[in-house]
Each structure stands twice: as C-alpha cells, then as structure tokens.
Write a protein that binds this ligand. Structure first.
Ligand SMILES: [Zn+2]
Length: 133
C-alpha cells in the first residue's frame, strides 16, 4: 500500500474544492444581483395590477434572501481559503486541535473540531446571553 502522507499537499483536494465552490458562489451571487436588478428595472406591464406588483416584490425578496445565503457561504469559503494560505487550515479555532480529516472532507469550511462545534451549537441553542465563562 503506497504511503499517502504528503505533508504540504495534505489539503490539496480541500483547496481545489474550496476554489471551485468559490467560483460557483461568485457566479451565483452575480447572477442573483443581475436578476433582482432586472426585476427592479422592469417596466410595469400595461394594465399591471397589484397582484403583479406583489409578485415582483416577492420575487425580489426571494432573490435577496438567496443572495444573503450565497454571500454567507462565500464568506465561509473565503475564510477557509485564507486559513489555507496562512497555514492554519484544519485547526480548530476553539481548542487548536486538529480537525478530523473526514470532517473536513464532508465540510471543507469547518472551523471547529466536532466536539467544539457541538458545544458551540449547544450554547447557541441555550441563548447567547447566558453563556458561562
Ligand atoms: Zn476543538
């Protein structure tokens, strides 16, 4: 069985996936901006009534919430790429431990090890104001 540990290239596939995902998200983000602009600038059809206006507003709201989600994902991907460049990728940002490679495989933007992620989600659910030191 050939040894697969190659040090520097450890995260090569993660980098590739993050790069690809970044391109897709950027394209999606641009597309959504174009869509909502087209909607906003579209002249009202002759005899357009309130129902058409409501549909336009709804479509624009959907486009905006989609864009928000795309932008959130994009921010996560860019943060992961930055940590790759800085050499901190694959380290849990809470405990500093190494994140399980299988976890990174499933979710290349993971910033915490599983234990810290679960703890963080527990805090979120319990409410941000009652966080114990
Ligand atoms: Zn951790």
């Amino acid at each position: 069985m050939p040894g697969k540990a190659r040090g520097k290239d450890e995260y090569a596939s993660a980098r590739k996936r993050l790069d690809d995902e970044r391109q897709e998200l950027l394209a999606a983000s641009r597309g959504l901006v174009a869509d909502s602009r087209a909607l906003a600038e579209a002249p009202g059809a002759p005899g357009s009534d309130d129902a058409d206006v409501a549909t336009d507003v709804l479509a624009e709201e959907i486009a905006q919430s989609l864009k928000w989600r795309v932008d959130q994902n994009l921010a996560e991907v860019e943060r992961a790429l930055e940590s790759l460049a800085a050499g901190t990728y694959g380290r849990c940002e809470d405990c500093g431990g190494k994140i399980d490679p299988a976890r990174l495989e499933a979710r290349p933007t993971a910033r915490r090890c599983l234990a810290c992620q679960q703890r963080a989600e527990l805090y979120e659910r319990r409410g941000r104001h009652s966080r114990a030191a």
